[in-house]
Design a protein around this ligand. Structure first.
Ligand code: AMP
Length: 190
């Protein structure tokens, strides 16, 4: 079983590369951002709660995100493995993920981090905002908040996996296909 954490700041291409990895390796996509947006679209209480944080570019509280992931893992049958996209975003989430995987006889195979400079992230998110309809993609101030939240709260997660010898970083700037090739080289070595 292959369980990957695809890591990187907002706009680093996690969603784009996840789709390609899923096609190639048949993994189950677990994007907490997508799950929250699904709840939002369906008008659930969880969606309304998440919106308070998402619209401001802040993180949804750990216990909410962790519970949602636990539910998704528990309700997915016969998976060949998961690709975690946008989760874990805090060290507490990373610890909780290790614990829940262990309970299910699973573990993280590796983390792949996409390295993209801030100026390119902002360009990409603003371009995406023209079609995504996402409130958090539209304003420069919100994008700056999201990048700062990443640096303050999420970056320590890289050190968490580095300590386990599972951290691998690649250049996330370039052609989608070239970036994907670097990813497959890493995955094939897991
Ligand atoms: P994303 O689609 O991954 O960029 O996530 C969009 C927004 O959803 C983030 O800015 C957060 O507000 C929220 N979110 C997504 N994943 C998480 C997570 N693992 N922990 C907390 N908040 C999250």
């Amino acid at each position: 079983m292959l369980n990957l954490v695809l890591f990187g700041p907002p706009g680093s291409g996690k969603g784009t590369q996840s789709e390609k990895i899923i096609d190639a390796y048949g993994l189950t996509h677990l994007s907490t951002g997508d799950l929250f947006r699904k709840h939002l679209g369906e008008g659930t209480a969880l969606g309304a709660l998440a919106k308070e944080y998402m619209d401001r570019g802040h993180l949804v509280p750990d216990e909410v995100s962790i519970q949602m992931v636990e539910h998704k893992i528990g309700s997915t049958k016969d998976s060949q493995g998961f690709i975690f996209d946008g989760f874990p975003r805090t060290t507490a989430q990373a610890e909780a993920l290790d614990a829940m995987l262990q309970k299910n006889g699973m573990h993280i195979s590796g983390m792949i981090a996409l390295d993209v400079p801030k100026v390119i992230l902002k360009e990409r998110i603003l371009a995406r905002g023209k079609t995504s309809g996402r409130v958090d993609d539209q304003e420069e101030a919100k994008i700056n908040t999201r990048i700062q939240v990443y640096l303050d709260e999420t970056l320590p997660v890289a050190a968490y996996y580095e300590k386990q010898g599972k951290f691998h970083q690649i250049n996330g700037v370039g052609k989608i296909e070239e970036i994907f090739n670097q990813i497959t080289e890493l995955i094939d070595g897991y």
